[in-house]
Design a binder for this molecule. Structure first.
Ligand code: UTP
Length: 295
């Protein structure tokens, strides 16, 4: 079955990048000339996703504005032939896919945010692209890589990459077993969240891309019902249950991933995307070469 729908959770508080994210959602922070969430929507659209639900909350209305037409701006640009390229780039924002929005009324974590998409998704498998994780592979978008795995195996899949040993305690560590005949795809049977040294199962951590079967909604609902009101129910617990039942795969995706939820991630994203940029790449490279000589 082909995956046609995706959820982009973008309702978090972004505390790690305050005060930048106080009035500008971190998902709208810029990478050279586009906000982070546009790269994510473009990845989904290039992967064959037709309908995208973005989960927002109070104060994130600018995300909706960004993917809407801006009639005044567009008509001004349209009438100026020297700005034809800019006009196309602005108009494109509202034409990338069918984009819908819903609010997560309380910031109760990622699992709770995804549950807000239950009726939008219905009884279909779907992709989740975390709103602050930009992953770049223009030739072979990461969501497309994962959707192809889903079409072959029909199981939920977590997108993973190997993280340095000294940082794994900030992420989760996955217990995985290779699948014969597959390069990047593994069975995943356990997930240890924020592992101590003894709990490290591998250096694979879940990083921002997931494909889920609709049973995930039942597991989230059960988990939330069993969790006291003042505690968060973690999506990891859904992955753990799927893994223990033999229903979870891990896919070591091929793409450059930038965490827009932390300061270093934002700087790396801007630097690397600028180096590849057709308009400013060469001059930025020259600038960096000169700059490093002075440090
Ligand atoms: P994070 O845990 O990285 O986002 O969630 P956060 O809570 O904003 O982070 P900090 O720790 O305060 O800096 C990953 C994605 O899930 C969304 C976030 O917006 C982010 O894109 N999210 C998180 C929600 O949609 N709702 C939530 O309740 C929490």
């Amino acid at each position: 079955m082909k995956i046609k729908k995706a959820i982009i959770p973008a309702a978090g508080l972004g505390t790690r990048v305050l005060p930048a994210s106080k009035s500008v959602p971190k998902e709208m922070l810029n990478i050279v000339d586009k906000p982070a969430v546009q790269y994510i929507v473009e990845e989904a659209a290039a992967s064959g996703i037709e309908d995208i639900l973005i989960i927002t909350n109070r104060g994130k209305g600018v995300i909706e504005d960004h993917f809407d037409h801006s009639f005044e701006l567009e008509s001004q640009l349209k009438n100026n032939p020297s700005k034809a390229d800019i006009y196309e780039s602005v108009k494109k924002c509202s034409e990338l896919a069918n984009i819908y929005f819903i609010r997560q009324k309380e910031t109760k974590g990622l699992a709770h945010a995804i549950l807000a998409g239950k009726s939008f998704i219905g009884n279909e498998p779907f992709a989740v692209l975390y709103g602050d994780d930009v992953v770049i592979n223009n030739e072979n978008p990461v969501t497309a890589q994962m959707c192809r795995c889903f079409e072959k195996y029909g199981k939920s899949i977590v997108g993973v990459q190997s993280v340095p040993r000294e940082l794994i305690h900030l992420y989760c560590s996955l217990g995985v077993t290779p699948i014969e005949g597959e390069d990047r795809l593994m069975n995943c049977w356990q997930i240890n969240e924020k592992p101590t040294d003894d709990e490290i199962l591998s250096l694979f951590a879940i990083l921002g891309r997931v494909v889920l079967t609709p049973e995930a909604f039942d597991l989230i609902e059960e988990g939330i019902a069993a969790t006291p009101d003042d505690k968060e129910f973690y999506l990891t617990d859904v992955f753990t249950r799927l893994g223990k039942a033999g229903n979870l795969l891990a896919y070591d995706f091929d793409g450059r991933r930038y965490d827009m939820g932390n300061k270093l991630g934002i700087m790396k994203a801007n630097c690397e995307v600028a180096l590849d940029h057709p308009e400013i790449g060469d001059s930025f490279r020259e600038y960096l070469k000169e700059l490093v000589k002075t440090f």
